[in-house]
Design a protein around this ligand. Structure first.
Ligand SMILES: Cc1ncc(COP(=O)(O)O)c(C=O)c1O
Length: 416
C-alpha cells in the first residue's frame, strides 16, 4: 500500500498516465517516440465525431452490441440474490476483447499504420486482433507463449485462418508475460509502420487509459440497462481481473456511485503458495513491470510456480495500474479464488442457465458462490460474463478426465 495521498476518483490518470503512484511510462528510450505519437493520436481522435460514429457503427454491426443484461433466474434462485449477467460472451468472437481491438484498430487506421502487432494469453485478444486486421485489411503478427499455444490451440488456428501470423514466445515460462516482452521488442524495430495493439489496461502510458476508454462501453451500457429495467443501481458489481480490462470496463461507469459495492476477482490457481502468481493484488507488491508501476508478483514466484491457474487469460503477474490505485483507495475490493471453486461455479452456470462461460469469467461467478447464503433476495448483482467457454474445451476435457480418474463409479460433479 502506498503512503502517498491518493488523488481523487475522476482525476486519474494525470497527463503522464499516473494513477497516484501507479502507472506512468517506464520504457527504454526507443519506445518513447512511438508512445508519444500514440498518445497524441488518441487525444486527437477519441472524441472526434467521425471517429466516434465509425466505432459506434462497428460495435453495432460487426460486434453485435449492445450486449444484453440477462437476468439469470435459476442462478439467482441458487445464490439467493438477483443476478444479472452482462453478456460480453455474446460479442462477435465470444469475448469483451473485441471492444478494445476495434477501437485501437480504427485508431491505427487513422494514424496510417499498415500492420498490427499484439500479444495474447488465452488467445481471445489474438483472435480479436486478427479479426480486426482482416476487417480493415491490415497485416498482423500475434505473439503467444508456447505454453498458451498448447492450452489454446483452437485459437491459434482461428488466428491463422483470418490471415495473421502466430509468433511463439519461447522465453521464461512461455506464457503471456513473455509474449508481452517479445511483442514490445518487435514493435521497437517496426514502429514506423506498425501499431502495437495492447490487449488489457496494462503497460506504459497511454495504454491503461486508452484500453479503459474503449472497454468502458461495458459499464455505460450496463448502467443504462439496469436503470431502465430495475429503476435503480445495482448493490454490487463484479468481474474477473487478469490485466483488468473487462473489470475496468464494467467498473468505470459505477466508480462514483458510493452505494455500489465493487469487487474484482483474481486467480489464486490451485491455492498453494507457489501457484498464486495471478493473485496480483491479493498477494503482490508494487514494482515496475512491462513499462508501468503496479502491484505484481515477484519474478521468482512466477518462475518457481511452474504450475498455472486454470484460466490462461488470468495468468499474468501484473495488473492494470488503475486497479492498484483503486485497491489502495479502498474503492474496489479484490478477492482471489482457487481453481476448484472456479470449476464448481463454471459447472453451476452451465447446468442452471445453459450458458458455458469462459474459465476467466467463472472466477467472478466463483466469488458469488462464496457469498451464497449471505445475500438479501432483493439484492441486485451484476456479473461481467467476459467471455464464452468454447475456447476452453481442451482444458476442460483434461480436467474432467482427471476428475473421472479419481472417482469409482459415476461422478457427481463432472470437473472437481
Ligand atoms: C474471456 C476472458 N475474460 C477475461 C480475460 C482477462 O483479461 P482482462 O483482465 O484484461 O479482462 C481474458 C483474457 O484473455 C479473457 O479471454
Amino acid at each position: 500500500m502506498s503512503d502517498q495521498k491518493l488523488p481523487a476518483l475522476g482525476s486519474v490518470p494525470d497527463e503522464n498516465g499516473f494513477f497516484g503512484p501507479y502507472g506512468g511510462r517506464f520504457v527504454p528510450e526507443p519506445l518513447e517516440a512511438p508512445l508519444a505519437e500514440l498518445t497524441a493520436a488518441f487525444r486527437q481522435f477519441k472524441d472526434d465525431d467521425s471517429f466516434v460514429a465509425e466505432l459506434d457503427r462497428e460495435y453495432r454491426t460487426y460486434s453485435g452490441r449492445p450486449t444484453p443484461l440477462y437476468h439469470a433466474e435459476r442462478l439467482s434462485e441458487h445464490l439467493g440474490a438477483t443476478i444479472l449477467l452482462k453478456r460480453e460472451d455474446l460479442n462477435h468472437l465470444g469475448a469483451h476483447k473485441l471492444n478494445n481491438c476495434l477501437g485501437q484498430a480504427l485508431l491505427a487506421k487513422r494514424m496510417g499504420k499498415k500492420k498490427l502487432i499484439a500479444e495474447t494469453g488465452a488467445g481471445q485478444h489474438g483472435v480479436a486482433t486478427a479479426a480486426v486486421a482482416a476487417r480493415l485489411g491490415l497485416e498482423c503478427d500475434i505473439y503467444m507463449g508456447e505454453e498458451d499455444m498448447r492450452r489454446q490451440s483452437p485459437n491459434v488456428t482461428r488466428i491463422e485462418l483470418m490471415g495473421a501470423r502466430v509468433v511463439p514466445a519461447t522465453s521464461g515460462d512461455k506464457t503471456l508475460s513473455n509474449a508481452v516482452d517479445e511483442a514490445i521488442g518487435a514493435w521497437v524495430s517496426e514502429s514506423e509502420t506498425a501499431f502495437y495493439l495492447l490487449g488489457s489496461v496494462v503497460g506504459p502510458h497511454p495504454y491503461p487509459e486508452l484500453v479503459r476508454h474503449f472497454q468502458s462501453i461495458i459499464g455505460r451500457e450496463a448502467r443504462e440497462q439496469v436503470l431502465a429495467e430495475y429503476g435503480r443501481l445495482p448493490d454490487m458489481i463484479t468481474a474477473c481481473a487478469g490485466g483488468g480490462s473487462n473489470a475496468i470496463g464494467l467498473f468505470h461507469a459505477f466508480l462514483g456511485d458510493d452505494a455500489v459495492k465493487i469487487v474484482g476477482v483474481e486467480a489464486a490457481g490451485s491455492g498453494v503458495e507457489t501457484n498464486r502468481h495471478a493473485a496480483t493484488l491479493t498477494t503482490g507488491k508494487p514494482a515496475v513491470i512491462h513499462g508501468m508501476n503496479t502491484y505484481c508478483i515477484e519474478e521468482g514466484a512466477v518462475t518457481a510456480g511452474g504450475n498455472h491457474c486454470i484460466a490462461a487469460g488470468l495468468d499474468y503477474p501484473g495488473i492494470g495500474p488503475e486497479h492498484s490505485y483503486l485497491k489502495d483507495l479502498g474503492r474496489v475490493q479484490y478477492e482471489a479464488v482457487v481453481d476448484k471453486e472456479v470449476m464448481l461455479a463454471f459447472e453451476t452456470l452451465c447446468r442452471l442457465e445453459g450458458i458455458i462461460p469462459a474459465l476467466e469469467s467463472s472466477h467472478a461467478l466463483a466469488y458469488l458462490e462464496r457469498l451464497k447464503g449471505s445475500f438479501a433476495s432483493e439484492q441486485l448483482v451484476i456479473v461481467n460474463l467476459s467471455g464464452r467457454g468454447d475456447k476452453d474445451m481442451d482444458e476442460l476435457i483434461r480436467h474432467r478426465n482427471q476428475a473421472l480418474g479419481k472417482e469409482a463409479g459415476p461422478p457427481t460433479q463432472l470437473f472437481c
